[in-house]
Design a protein around this ligand. Structure first.
Ligand code: PBG
Length: 323
């Protein structure tokens, strides 16, 4: 390869058209998933504090929003339930009349073309806020599996197209796969939150979902941030258990993990651009310190460039307008 002055990399940066001709990574709305929060009531559309631009909505309002998103070209949403009444066994998660189940039934009719993904976890529904059932002060892995599987089956019966377990219990993908198959739902894919780290960047989400653990933290089940080889093991195990898509979460502080997962596995890779990543940019933009649109597109492009096929992001709706 010849060097300067024969080679001048600036030649291909001269105009927008030249730059776009040689652009290696592009954002396509088809790859994005918009998270949505559903709560009880009617006519509720309450902005979430700490998650600027995102609201919790009752089923009726959620349906309006879903219709709007579909109209903007958004292809997929990820549903989270927000509840006030919680108990030790997370009844609200697996109850056939639970908030997510009701939302799914309503959405199925209103936005038939949207891919409805649901988050499978107990933390929004347990009184202690942990992602599994607690026995003797510890999150009990095997005991939790049955409840996660029950939740997944109940979501699918209500109309979910895809389930996404985010709890980080060992063996949950296998438990969910077996339970779905036993109900004749072998066609429903699982997006596994495989490499989900114990991150400070979930702060705004937990505030919004009221799911901050009442005691301790999530470090005994979510991954230790310094580890990347372990993330590959998590992915390998989830694939062996039947995951169709593997996920890395959060995204921006873990781009190296996304790249490592991409290099190792030939399956679709998802990345979750979490609440804290979004919130930081929102806050800086609100202070006039950076341009939100530019910063957001740069962040999302970085996640794609690292190797993610699917990106879950609170910017999805705005991205639809930006692209
Ligand atoms: C767990 C779950 C969490 C998020 C998605 N699913 C919170 C947690 O693990 O504490 C975080 C998403 C975000 O921060 O945007 N059900």
């Amino acid at each position: 390869m010849s060097a300067f002055p024969v080679t001048r990399l600036r030649r291909l940066r001269r105009t927008p058209a030249l730059r776009s001709l040689v652009r290696e990574t592009r954002l396509d709305l088809d790859d994005f998933v918009m998270p949505l929060f559903v709560c009880p009531g009617e006519g509720v559309d309450r902005p979430l504090e700490g998650l600027a631009g995102i609201a919790q909505r009752s089923v009726d309002r959620l349906c309006d929003e879903a219709e709007l998103l579909a109209g903007l070209g958004v292809k997929a949403v990820l549903l989270f339930g927000i509840l006030e009444s919680k108990d030790e066994v997370a009844t609200g998660a697996w109850d056939d009349d639970g908030i997510v189940q009701r939302a799914l039934r309503a959405l199925r009719g209103r936005a038939p073309e949207l891919v409805l993904v649901t988050d499978i976890c107990l933390c929004e529904y347990t009184s202690h806020g942990h992602c599994g059932l607690v026995r003797d002060g510890e999150v009990a892995n095997d005991l939790t599996l049955e409840f996660l599987a029950r939740t997944a089956v109940s979501h699918v019966e209500a109309g979910a197209d895809v389930v996404a377990p985010s709890d980080m219990m060992d063996g949950r993908v296998a438990a969910i796969r077996a339970a779905l198959d036993a109900e004749g739902r072998e066609q429903v894919p699982i997006i596994a939150y495989s490499a989900k780290y114990a991150s400070a960047f979930y702060g705004p989400f937990r505030e919004a979902a009221g799911s901050t653990p009442a005691f301790g933290d999530r470090r005994s089940y979510q991954m230790d941030p310094p580890n990347v080889r372990e993330a590959l093991r998590e992915c390998e195990l989830d694939l062996a258990e039947g995951a169709d898509v593997i996920m890395v979460k959060p995204a921006l502080p873990y781009l190296d993990v996304i790249a490592a997962v991409r290099a190792r596995f030939d399956v679709p890779v998802a990345a979750y651009n979490v609440s804290g990543e979004y919130g930081m940019v929102k806050a800086a933009a609100a202070s006039g310190w950076l341009d939100e649109r530019q910063a957001a597109i740069e962040c999302l492009t970085a996640i794609k460039r690292a190797g993610a096929d699917i990106v879950i992001s609170y910017w999805t709706k705005e991205l639809a307008a930006w692209l």
